[in-house]
Design a protein around this ligand. Structure first.
Ligand SMILES: *Cc1c(COP(=O)(O)O)cnc(C)c1O
Length: 408
């Protein structure tokens, strides 16, 4: 493998957690699809906020409140620029992808009726299935599934067949967290728009790996969680096209989202505040901006290229293990490898790897329908980030071999 222009040794020094040991072994963190680690630059931003300008925003005339408001709004602008979003008021701060999806699904309640159809892909995270099921129960609309094939790719011919004038909404993830598949979202969006349907793309898994240009995609809604891209937990965004955000009713009532309140009637604040009731995760929003600065200082293209090399190397090495099967072999995928070994429960492999200091995820990865499709209880999932090394891949492969020998 050619080490790219990235200096991994220097990058790793930015992540204090990578220096710790687990069960007496150096930590090998390969659970990046569940959450990414946090660089010192982001940690420092969080500390600085609480040490120097912790205050509520958009309200006070005092200096601390103004400093906090400015920093929060600068972060919103950084997010706008990073994802190439037309207006900063189309960036709604949320607690993350799950919150963002529920905001849209709840908002659509008054727009759907019996006979309408909602399409959702077969490889969704539960957070992109359950809110739509609840929406369909409330409205009488029908949920239909875009099927996938054994490689873990959506069957696009079937998608085009499913689309009709009855289709009102289409939901799909940009990248599957369980399989790593990169979905052809431009084709999905364009085809949905031809029949007048709106599209929500769940970008939670994609955002750390792919530079999404939301203006070019012409997508209606896009969701991101900061904690999957070196930011803190509990903060993310919903991107919504201005025309949609104006039409959707507010999700929560409370402070900050109103223009005027009397007991007879309340009028709502302008975007984005209409959807930002209550005191938000101020520090988290600011730290999300710092995470984007950090990632951009390395460069999204360099990250994607390096992770591609890493996942290719890991795939080759893992496939040398007898009885090992990889789920999700799409032609276009990110740095996620879901696998099992014949005759061994994924949980047992995960437990042995943990003893060796290697963190992987085992189970259904919040995507049970995918496991049902392959008729398996779950998988072992190793997911790589730009701070992982080839040596760590070797440790994973050695660990899996050891687990196999112990368990078979
Ligand atoms: C992580 C993830 C989610 C859920 O994100 P939260 O931050 O837990 O709200 C949804 N979809 C995909 C594809 C994910 O990877």
């Amino acid at each position: 493998m050619t080490q790219t222009s990235m200096d991994i040794i220097t990058i790793r020094k930015d992540f204090p957690i990578l220096e710790r040991e687990v069960n007496g072994q150096p930590l090998v963190y390969l659970d990046n699809a569940a959450t990414s680690q946090t660089p010192r630059q982001v940690i420092n931003t969080i500390v600085d906020y609480y040490e120097r300008y912790n205050a509520n925003i958009h309200r006070g005339v005092h200096s601390l409140s103004q400093e906090a408001t400015d920093a929060y709004e600068i972060a919103r602008k950084k997010i706008q620029e990073h994802f190439n979003i037309g207006h900063s008021h189309e960036v709604i701060f949320t607690s993350g992808t799950t919150h963002s999806i529920n905001l849209v699904a709840t908002g659509f309640t008054s727009f759907l009726k019996k006979g309408d159809e909602v399409l959702v892909s077969a490889m969704e995270h539960h957070s992109n299935i359950v809110p739509w099921q609840m929406l369909c129960e409330r409205t009488g609309a029908t949920l239909k599934v875009i099927p996938m094939n054994l490689e873990g790719e959506l069957v696009m011919e079937e998608y085009h067949q499913l689309l009709s004038e009855k289709t009102k909404l289409v939901f799909c993830n940009h990248v599957s967290n369980a399989l790593g598949t990169i979905n052809p979202i431009q084709e999905i969006i364009d085809a949905a728009h031809k029949v007048g349907a709106a599209v929500l793309i769940d970008g939670a898994q994609a955002a750390a790996h792919i530079q999404a240009d939301l203006k070019a995609l012409d997508v209606d809604f896009y969701t991101v969680s900061a904690h999957k891209m070196c930011g803190p937990t509990g903060v993310g965004i919903l991107y919504g096209k201005e025309e949609w955000l104006k039409k959707l009713p507010p999700y929560q009532g409370g402070g900050e989202m109103i223009a005027e309140v009397t007991f007879e009637k309340t009028t709502y604040a302008d975007l984005p505040h209409k959807f930002e009731a209550g005191t938000p995760n101020i520090c988290g929003g600011i730290a999300f901006g710092a995470a984007l600065d950090y990632i951009n200082s390395i460069g999204m293209n360099a990250i994607a290229q390096y992770e591609d090399e890493l996942v290719q190397y890991a795939t080759e090495q893992l496939l040398t293990i007898e009885g090992l099967r990889i789920y999700g072999t799409a032609k276009r995928k990110t740095s996620v490898i879901s696998f099992n070994i014949d005759g061994i429960h994924p949980y047992d492999i995960g437990t042995i790897l943990d003893k060796l200091g290697i963190a992987v995820r085992t189970g259904h990865h919040c995507a049970q329908p995918i496991m049902d499709f392959y008729q398996i209880p779950g998988t072992v999932r190793a997911s790589f980030s730009f701070y992982n090394t080839k040596e760590e891949v070797d440790k994973l492969v050695e660990g899996v071999k050891r687990a196999r020998n112990m368990l078979l």
